[in-house]
Design a protein. Structure first.
Length: 88
């Protein structure tokens, strides 16, 4: 039975023990999170606009369009901050 010191020496680096697929997912993780944030922000703000348009009985869906634009703008800002921030 190996002693605890031997086990400490034999522990692989964090990346060494991972398969190629796991390593790729680890590297892609921040980008997957950023794209999910983009999609969720567009959906949330668009649905908020739809809800407000129905609540206030608007004939033209202005708040839906404003909500989608705000969601896209905020989502893209967060997305590009993440993507461009990881290149440094």
């Amino acid at each position: 039975m190996p002693e605890p010191r031997d086990r400490e020496r034999r522990e692989p680096d964090e990346e060494e023990g991972l398969s190629n697929l796991a390593s790729a997912y680890r590297k892609a993780g921040p980008y997957i999170a950023a794209s999910t944030q983009l999609a969720v922000s567009v959906c949330v703000f668009t649905l908020l606009g739809v809800w407000l348009d129905r609540k206030w009985e608007h004939q033209t869906p202005w708040l839906t369009l404003v909500g989608a634009a705000v969601g896209m703008t905020g989502g893209f800002i967060g997305f590009f901050r993440t993507v461009l921030g990881k290149r440094k």
